[in-house]
Design a protein around this ligand. Structure first.
Ligand SMILES: O=C(O)c1cc(=O)[nH]c(=O)n1[C@@H]1O[C@H](COP(=O)(O)O)[C@@H](O)[C@H]1O
Length: 225
């Protein structure tokens, strides 16, 4: 099985991103570039990371707009040949259908369900009653019916979603090795637990990028898998 760890390169400086990538490249299976990186460096930066890493690129742009605009955005990133792109499930079924239709052939489109930085109280404040589990399951069903490849959810739900959606592709962020700082993440599990419960991709940022020794941190996490 290939390495499921995708390093979240949430770094605004290109040189710092390349430096970090160079250190841990042999211990990750892919690179996740999100808003922080993309808004600073755009297409050019992504191409540089493709060349520097030689690894699959996950473009985490969390698209959320009307169907026509999201489809246009998907077409605008075709040329970058991302392996994975995110949209928000709350954008609705038509938006997800059009995003998938506009995606490149080898690009997995996955829907963010409920951010791992939120808990049940936060959910209630957005007007959604019920548990994170119920909310994630509902949005997973919507994403599957819209023809998406999978979803993004926390490691606390991935086991249940995997049982319901056997061949789905599951991206799990909010991962924290035992004893590491949670920061702004609220629904955390260890990388090992997420993998055992059916995660296809393990997104890991600060536990590696902010470690005193990123290489040692990446190696340690890899060894737990
Ligand atoms: O879509 C994501 O990747 C994502 C969804 C989510 O619910 N929670 C979440 O943390 N993420 C991303 O996963 C990464 C987690 O980073 P760390 O908390 O530093 O490991 C960040 O790049 C987030 O943007």
């Amino acid at each position: 099985m290939s390495n499921p760890i995708y390093l979240a390169l949430d770094v605004p400086q290109l040189d710092a991103a390349k430096d970090l990538l160079g250190k841990v490249r042999g211990h990750i299976g892919g690179v996740k570039l999100g808003m922080e990186f993309f808004y600073a460096h755009g297409h050019h930066g992504v191409m540089e990371m493709v060349q520097a890493s030689g690894l699959p690129i996950f473009l985490d742009l969390k698209l959320h707009d009307i169907p026509n605009t999201v489809a246009g955005a998907m077409q605008s990133i075709h040329v970058l040949e991302p392996a994975i792109v995110t949209v928000h499930a709350s954008g609705g079924r038509a938006m997800m259908e059009d995003a998938k239709a506009a995606a490149g052939e080898n690009c997995k489109v996955v829907a963010v369900t409920m951010l791992t930085s939120l808990d049940e109280r936060d959910l209630a404040r957005t007007g959604v009653a019920g548990t994170p589990h119920d909310h994630v399951m509902r949005l997973a069903e919507l994403a599957e019916s819209a023809g998406l490849d999978g979803i993004v959810c926390s490691g606390q739900e991935v086991g249940a979603v995997h049982k319901q959606w056997k061949h789905g592709f599951f991206v799990v962020p909010g991962l924290r090795p035992a004893g590491s700082a949670t920061g702004d993440q609220k629904r955390t599990v260890t990388p090992r637990k997420a993998r055992d419960d059916g995660a296809s991709v393990l997104v890991i940022g600060r536990p590696i990028s902010k470690a005193a020794d990123p290489l040692a941190a990446a190696r340690e996490i890899e060894a737990t898998l």
